[in-house]
Design a protein around this ligand. Structure first.
Ligand SMILES: *Cc1c(COP(=O)(O)O)cnc(C)c1O
Length: 226
C-alpha cells in the first residue's frame, strides 16, 4: 500500500487547480493498478510501446499522457487512445499527430514543449521557434489536434534560483502565447512543469500540471531496459 500512501502525500501538497500526472514509466502494470485503485486516472509514460501495452491491460477511463520524445513513426501506435501528447517540439510532429488522429476520428491534445533548461539534452522548441511556428499559423488548419498549453523541464541542478527562473520563463512564454494566439480559446490553459524534485518551485511559478514519478512509485530501475 506504499503507492497509495505516497499518492496521498503528494496530493496533499498540491493546491486546488493543479493536476497530477502519475509518471509510471518503467514500473509494472501492478504498480499502476495500485495507483488506479487509489483514485489516480492520469498516467504519464515516455515510451510508446510500453504505454500501449499498459493501456491494453488497464481500465479504459485512464487518461494516457505521452511525455517522452515524440518519434514521428510511432505516433500511429498511440493515436487510437492517447489523451495528451506533451512533448511536441516541431510543426511537423504536430501535423503528423493531426494526420494520425484523423484516421481514428479523434482530436488529440498537444502541449508545446519549450526548451527552457541550460542543458542540450532536453528536446523542444526554443521560445523563439515556438513563437514563429504560432505566427506562421499553419497549425490553425489542423482540425484533429488541439494545442492545450506548454510543457517544460528545468535544468537538473541544486540551484533553486535558476530552476525558479526557468519555470517563470516558461510561464511568461505561456502568458504571451495565450494572449497573442489563443485569446478567446478555452483550449490553451495548461502549464505542465514540475517533477518529484522541483514541483514545489514549478507551482510557485504558475504550473498547473505536475508530472511526478519517483515520489509516487519509488526509484526507477533501468537495469532490465535496453
Ligand atoms: C520521468 C519524467 C518525469 C518524472 O520524474 P520524477 O523525477 O520521477 O518525478 C517527469 N517528466 C518527464 C518528461 C519525465 O520523463
Amino acid at each position: 500500500m506504499e503507492i497509495r500512501d505516497n499518492l496521498e502525500k503528494v496530493r496533499a501538497t498540491l493546491p486546488a487547480g493543479v493536476t497530477l500526472v502519475a509518471v509510471s514509466k518503467t514500473h509494472p502494470v501492478e504498480a499502476l493498478k495500485e495507483a488506479y485503485d487509489a483514485g489516480q486516472r492520469i498516467f504519464g509514460e515516455n515510451k510508446v510501446q510500453e504505454m500501449t501495452l499498459k493501456s491494453r491491460e488497464l481500465p479504459d477511463d485512464i487518461e494516457w499522457h505521452f511525455i517522452g520524445h515524440v518519434q514521428r513513426n510511432k505516433i500511429h501506435l498511440m493515436a487510437p487512445y492517447v489523451s495528451v501528447i506533451q512533448g511536441v517540439g516541431s510543426f511537423e510532429v504536430l501535423a503528423e499527430i493531426d494526420r494520425q488522429a484523423a484516421r481514428f476520428g479523434r482530436c488529440i491534445t498537444c502541449y508545446l514543449q519549450l526548451h527552457i533548461a541550460q542543458e542540450d539534452t532536453k528536446f523542444g522548441f526554443t521560445p523563439d521557434q515556438c513563437r514563429t511556428m504560432l505566427e506562421e499559423g499553419r497549425w490553425r488548419g489542423l482540425g484533429n489536434i488541439r494545442i492545450g498549453g506548454v510543457m517544460g523541464m528545468a535544468t537538473n541542478t541544486d540551484d533553486s534560483a535558476q530552476v525558479m527562473r526557468e519555470f517563470q520563463y516558461l510561464k511568461q512564454c505561456f502568458d504571451e502565447y495565450r494572449e497573442r494566439f489563443f485569446s478567446g480559446s478555452e483550449d490553451f490553459r495548461t502549464v505542465s512543469a514540475g517533477m518529484s524534485g522541483d514541483y514545489g518551485l514549478a507551482i510557485r511559478a504558475g504550473s498547473t500540471m505536475v508530472r511526478i514519478g519517483s515520489s509516487i512509485f519509488g526509484a526507477r530501475d533501468y537495469s532490465n531496459q535496453h
